[in-house]
Write a new protein. Structure first.
Length: 387
């Protein structure tokens, strides 16, 4: 079992690294997939070992993030939505098949599958992922320790796959996570690349105690931190503003464990998924939100869509775009997108409120931009590919 480490802040910085901060106004290399086709950007090679790629796969109102390294793969969530344009888990499998065709040396193997929490928009693709007909091998499994939720059937299916294949799943509880260093072991970090070996650890999971916010399953989300030398990614699942202050208090607002270049904001960009204090700890260069497009006319009136929930919400987007208060430091070419102001209430008394806003900060969403791929180098360079 991983043991707590007591270190000074300076030593922790050397051990875990910190987000390489961009200068204000610094641009971001962005290219269109229509220009690149299936090629990586010029000068970028994941196989060569100096670069990795984070694939934020467009599965609609849900999350599926695939981390690609020179020697392996890590998949965080397998989600999607029940209704509308992205309700077919086949989209995730097709994306994986294209990657495996490009990387035959990976032998159709995913080294680690993480389910942040058992909600359907994070677990919908598990059955397809573990279907023997799709010939995908999984080496390690991490989940939280919950046994209820709208997507619990997917989490249980992954546990069954693990049992059938002699895999001991890591079921993460916060009580098992050392506050000095986060939690990492051979199950959480099975990737061991020769050129640059990524550091994979978890910072949050299932919570026990008397806090009222424990009744919200989102607050038990596994939070994953991946460091690739000078490039760091932080995926927060659906962690909300109810639990974020407790996590900040646990690690400290200046902890290098929370600093990250690329942030996957919590809860699909919901108004409760981002806080000012959290951004002050992370200080991201860019953010990628896994969510649908609330302005998609094909999904108006459907349950469980970005239109229904009003995601991404302008309240969180405003924080992410506020460079003066630790919002994203990179920029993107200005463009108008649909954003949520409020979702549809449970009593259906009124429709969601959706409007358009000009976005110039480096915030991307899968609903606006399609599949988003963030290439990151061991020296901290970034290159984003969008549709």
């Amino acid at each position: 079992m991983f043991r707590p480490i007591t270190r000074s802040l300076a030593t922790l910085t050397l051990l875990f690294g910190t987000a390489a901060q961009a200068q204000p106004g610094q641009g971001l290399r962005i290219e269109s997939r229509s220009t690149l086709g299936n090629r990586a950007p010029s000068g970028v090679s994941v196989v060569g070992g100096r670069w990795m790629a984070a694939h934020f796969i467009d599965v609609g109102q849900g999350q599926a993030v695939l981390f690609e390294f020179s020697c392996g793969l890590v998949l965080v969530d397998t989600g999607g939505q029940e209704e509308g344009a992205r309700n077919n888990p086949r989209r995730l499998i097709d994306y994986l098949n294209r990657l495996f065709a490009r990387r035959p040396a990976l032998r159709r193997t995913i080294d680690l599958v993480v389910l942040t929490h058992p909600h359907l928009d994070h677990t919908l693709g598990v059955t397809a992922l573990t279907d023997p007909a799709n010939r995908i091998r999984i080496r390690s499994v991490v989940t939280n320790n919950q046994d209820n939720g709208s997507g619990i059937s997917g989490q249980r299916a992954l546990w069954r796959y693990a049992a059938a294949n002699n895999i001991t799943p890591e079921r993460v509880s916060v009580n098992d996570i050392p506050a000095a260093a986060g939690l990492s072991n051979g199950r959480i970090d099975p990737v061991n690349c020769a050129q640059v070996d990524p550091d994979i650890r978890v910072l949050w999971g299932s919570v026990t105690g008397t806090q009222s916010w424990r009744s919200n399953g989102n607050n038990h989300s596994v939070v994953v931190r991946i460091r690739f030398r000078e490039s760091t990614f932080l995926v927060t699942g659906d962690l909300t503003s109810q639990a974020i202050p407790t996590m900040l208090a646990r690690y400290g607002a200046r902890s290098p464990l929370l600093a990250a270049d690329v942030l996957a904001p919590g809860h699909h960009g919901s108004r409760d998924g981002t806080t000012l204090g959290f951004l002050g700890a992370v200080r991201p260069e860019l953010a990628v939100i896994s969510a649908g497009d609330p302005g998609n006319p094909a999904e108006v009136g459907l349950d469980g869509t970005a239109w229904d929930y009003g995601h991404p919400n302008w309240a969180s987007l405003s924080l992410l775009l506020d460079r003066a208060h630790h919002g994203v430091s990179f920029t993107r070419p200005s463009r108008t997108f649909s954003v949520g102001i409020s979702g549809r209430p449970l009593d259906n008394s009124r429709p969601p409120v959706i409007r358009t806003e000009m976005i110039a900060g480096a915030v991307f969403t899968t609903g606006w931009d399609g599949d988003v791929v963030v290439y990151a180098s061991d020296a901290g360079e970034k290159f984003v590919v969008i549709n």
